[in-house]
Design a protein. Structure first.
Length: 419
């Protein structure tokens, strides 16, 4: 503002600008919903036909820039995208993703137990099967695969079940409910752990060397709780209701009433509690999955703001090194579920991550850390997010802006105890 203007004239101009500025709680949030939904619809429409398909998690990658991620469709990202497409009013495209997961579970190249892998090759399914990701490595002449992508993480399976249940709600086609139940039963059979009773991390590794992951995650068990609760309600299956109770008890036991936060789970031994690390999703998701939730859980907002804030947004790890777009949108959704206003600055930050192709960047920074490792072979915490257009970030932005709860398949219900 020019210093030639008088103080009163400047104040009058500022007040006028504030008065005329559209409220983000209406127009700009709707614009974020529209732009995110448009990007998701465009990605789905780019897949020819109306048959089974999966969307690349990192679209627009330049060939050779990140070979391990090129045309890789992570199940978690696709489940989110399908749920968001449903919230965006495009259930037919969500059904295409669900159909690809049905195909993948029934036509695995190595296993006949109905499992889903953590990732597949993006694109339209052809030849009656969904391909696993990988590429030919000319230096050494071998087919290269990623041992995490070929594995099966419990949380990803539960998210696939959430998508299948979402599609069942919109289609009333029993196949999707049965498929969701089958995935939850796979978790029961392959990821059950004791002392404390909860669901373990799943399986990691190549087909000839799959290893069980015995750590237990708050986030994974929360996912199982939400999917099993929903599936038991629709199927009237008592075993699923029991599965939900077991997962629920573990999540509740992870509430730290001294620190007013959720522990992320256990260490690799499956019993020792992990107290040093914090993941933003493990803090925010309980407020969405459990609604109404215990009133004391609303104290977690102090932890989120003191430990995960990064500028106007939020980062993945404790004392983050940058903004995690997906997690910032998760916070926006959880604030709504807690009956709290979402700051305009948070909505703006999320909207500002939109790239030229419409998808949101995973982070505005070149790279952010999570403090977690991708798998047991990692020699350091090598799980990062990069400044790349990301399907998951775009889907969470759409869900938050639409006010849609992916854990329940309904509009976000505000708690009656926002304090």
């Amino acid at each position: 503002m020019s210093m030639r203007w008088s103080h009163l004239a400047s104040l009058a101009l500022m007040l006028s600008a504030v008065a005329s500025r559209p409220a983000l709680s209406t127009d700009a949030v709707q614009q974020l919903a529209d732009s995110s939904c448009t990007a998701l619809r465009a990605a789905a429409a780019a897949m020819p036909g109306d048959g089974p398909m999966l969307l690349p998690s990192y679209p627009g990658l330049q060939p050779g820039s990140a070979r391990a991620l090129e045309n890789v469709a992570f199940v978690y990202d696709n489940a989110l995208a399908g749920i968001a497409l449903t919230a965006c009013g495009s259930p037919a495209q969500a059904r295409r993703i669900a159909d690809a997961l049905l195909l993948a579970a029934s036509h695995d190249p190595s296993f006949r137990d109905g499992r889903l892998r953590n990732a597949y090759r993006g694109g339209v399914a052809s030849g009656g099967k969904v391909e696993l990701p990988g590429y030919w490595e000319t230096r050494g002449n071998y087919w290269s695969q990623d041992p995490y992508q070929t594995g099966t993480a419990t949380g990803n399976v539960a998210w696939a079940a959430l998508l299948l249940l979402t599609v069942y709600d919109s289609s009333h086609d029993r196949r999707y409910l049965d498929a969701a139940v089958a995935q939850l039963r796979w978790i029961q059979a392959h990821a059950s752990g004791a002392a404390p009773p909860a669901y373990e991390g799943g399986l990691f590794g190549y087909d000839n060397a799959q290893r069980a992951q015995h750590w237990k995650a708050t986030e994974h068990n929360l996912d199982v709780y939400a999917a099993a609760t929903w599936a038991s309600r629709d199927s009237h299956d008592a075993d699923l209701a029991q599965q939900a109770k077991l997962a629920e008890a573990f999540v509740q036991s992870m509430w730290d009433n001294t620190g007013h936060r959720f522990l992320v789970g256990t260490l690799d031994d499956g019993s020792t509690l992990s107290r040093d690390k914090s993941g933003l999703d493990a803090q925010a998701w309980p407020l969405l999955a459990f609604n109404p939730h215990p009133a004391e859980w609303n104290q977690v907002w102090s932890w989120i703001d003191s430990q995960h804030r990064s500028g106007d947004g939020y980062g993945y790890r404790r004392q983050p090194d940058g903004v995690w777009t997906e997690g910032s949108a998760q916070v926006a959704a959880a604030l709504q579920a807690s009956g709290k206003p979402v700051p305009d600055s948070l909505w703006r930050l999320i909207a500002d991550q939109r790239g030229s192709g419409g998808m949101l960047y995973a982070t505005p920074q070149p790279r952010i850390a999570t403090d977690f490792a991708i798998g047991p072979d990692s020699t350091y915490a090598d799980f990062f997010y990069y400044h790349l257009p990301h399907l998951g970030a775009t889907a969470w932005a759409a869900l938050a802006a639409k006010g849609w709860n992916p854990f329940t398949g309904r509009p976000i219900a505000r708690t009656e105890n926002p304090t």
